[in-house]
Write a protein that binds this ligand. Structure first.
Ligand code: IPE
Ligand code: IPE
Ligand code: MG
Length: 241
């Protein structure tokens, strides 16, 4: 059977894991690992632009990551601020749009002002959308979405008997109106979703690699894309329609 050329995934989600292990293996501090992880994000943006990709969601800090020592949390947020300060001009000039998905609660006013400024400055950019999932957890997202939806229904006097549809709920997710995830990549050998984009990844293809996030580069991305191209997506139907 002739193989047909498959298209690139529209939306790629990345669980950037392994910064700590990368640092430990080199006798460095965990914070150095996160710094190297930030450089890998930079490379991923370059590769994604070169490949003409549309949407990338990056898991940068989960709602569960608050369990980590306060010194590590501080270093992650300092790096994020530094990342935006040092790369925003480049991001803007290359036509990248920045979005934030996640709860604003618990984020400092400095962090909020940086991500809001990045999103605002880049809002009209069309080449590539990079969605930073920061203080993000799917369960929190779905619960928050559901209560916002219920409030809105109450305000509009919609009967509580009227069933809630998936389409209606999706409008209240942090990621709205991004398309659902086609390809989810997790680095560093773990095979779990860790509360990332659970609703949006319902039919995502899952690519796991042992590569630690700071070592992830163009070659790894291309490997994931070529693996994705070999999947047959059925969405519950049959292969040929
Ligand atoms: C991922 O790397 C980055 C964040 C969770 C912020 P880790 O810090 O989880 O690295 P490992 O899993 O300890 O190696
Ligand atoms: C997931 O990685 C969160 C991010 C990459 C931001 P973790 O390292 O926090 O996940 P677990 O704890 O191994 O599941
Ligand atoms: Mg980890």
């Amino acid at each position: 059977m002739a193989s047909s050329k498959k298209e690139n995934p529209r939306h790629i989600a990345v669980i950037m894991d392994g910064n700590g292990r990368w640092a430990t293996s080199k006798g460095l501090s965990r914070s150095e690992g996160h710094r190297a992880g930030a450089d890998a994000i930079d490379r991923l943006m370059d590769s994604s632009l070169a490949l003409g990709l549309e949407y990338i969601s990056l898991y940068a800090f989960s709602t569960e990551n608050w369990k980590r020592p306060v010194t590590e949390i501080r270093s992650i947020f300092n790096l994020l601020v530094e990342f935006i300060d040092s790369r925003l001009d480049k991001i803007q000039s290359r036509g990248i749009r920045i979005l934030h998905s996640g709860s604003r609660k618990k984020l400092s006013s400095l962090v909020l002002s940086k991500i809001d400024r990045a999103a605002d400055l880049t809002r009209k950019n069309k080449k590539l959308t990079v969605n930073f999932c920061l203080n993000y957890g799917s369960q929190e997202e779905i619960l928050t979405a559901f209560s916002k939806l219920m409030e809105e229904r109450k305000r509009k006097s919609v009967s509580p008997q009227k069933a809630v549809s998936g389409k209606e709920l999706e409008k209240y997710l942090y990621t709205y109106p991004l398309p659902s995830v086609d390809l989810l990549i997790r680095t560093a050998g773990e095979r779990r979703l860790s509360n990332f984009l659970l609703w949006q990844s319902a039919y995502a293809e899952l690519f796991f690699t042992d590569t630690l996030w700071p070592d992830f580069g163009d070659k790894d991305l291309k490997e994931a894309l070529s693996w994705f191209g070999r999947r047959t997506r059925k969405f519950g139907g049959l292969e040929n329609g």
